[in-house]
Write a protein that binds this ligand. Sequence first.
Ligand SMILES: Nc1ncnc2c1ncn2[C@@H]1O[C@H](COP(=O)(O)OP(=O)(O)OP(=O)(O)O)[C@@H](O)[C@H]1O
Ligand SMILES: [Mg+2]
Length: 183
Amino acid sequence: MAEDDQAQAAPSQDAPPQDEPPVLFLHNVERRYRQGEATLEILNGAELAVWPGQSVALVGPSGAGKSTLLHVAGAAEAKNRAIEILVYLGLKERLAHRPAELSGGEQQRVAIARAVANAPRLLLADEPTGNLDAHTADHVFTALTQLVRASGLATLVATHNMAIASRMDRRVTIREGKVVELE
Ligand SMILES: Nc1ncnc2c1ncn2[C@@H]1O[C@H](COP(=O)(O)OP(=O)(O)OP(=O)(O)O)[C@@H](O)[C@H]1O
Ligand SMILES: [Mg+2]
């Protein structure tokens, strides 16, 4: 019995904890840029789920769409988190209301939601060590990792530094507009 309990308490880093919802869930993301006559398809049906506490490296060549994906993830995460909290506080039918169209009690609940929503569950970083020498990059990344582990945050980090990517739980890249798991 005791052994079983211990095994359950220490899941492998790679296995997502299926009893918790992901902190980031991107489904069928499309992003294209028009350049004169041409259309650049950067993201085309991209899917990505990140679970609580997971660290994910986003690697790939320049122009693959890493920063684009991080922007989408930031906007998706903030809006979903806000909606989730407002629904939890009983404001499901008030999501589209302006502040003046809410009662005093409803406005108070929005204030609570705003405070709680600011506690992020996912850290997004776009080449956090991009301008640093190898030694300093390693130092900064170690500090970042410790901070993230201590706080239980999940991270999605775009990086060209494969030494850093290899230290994270998962590595993904973007191919033909889709997120592809590496290894
Ligand atoms: N506002 C824009 N208008 C047109 N094209 C854009 C725009 N923003 C990005 N792109 C194009 O989209 C593609 C993906 O850009 P993105 O910045 O996501 O790449 P990246 O993978 O982050 O590259 P890097 O490693 O150099 O930072 C690039 O080819 C870029 O030129
Ligand atoms: Mg970039």
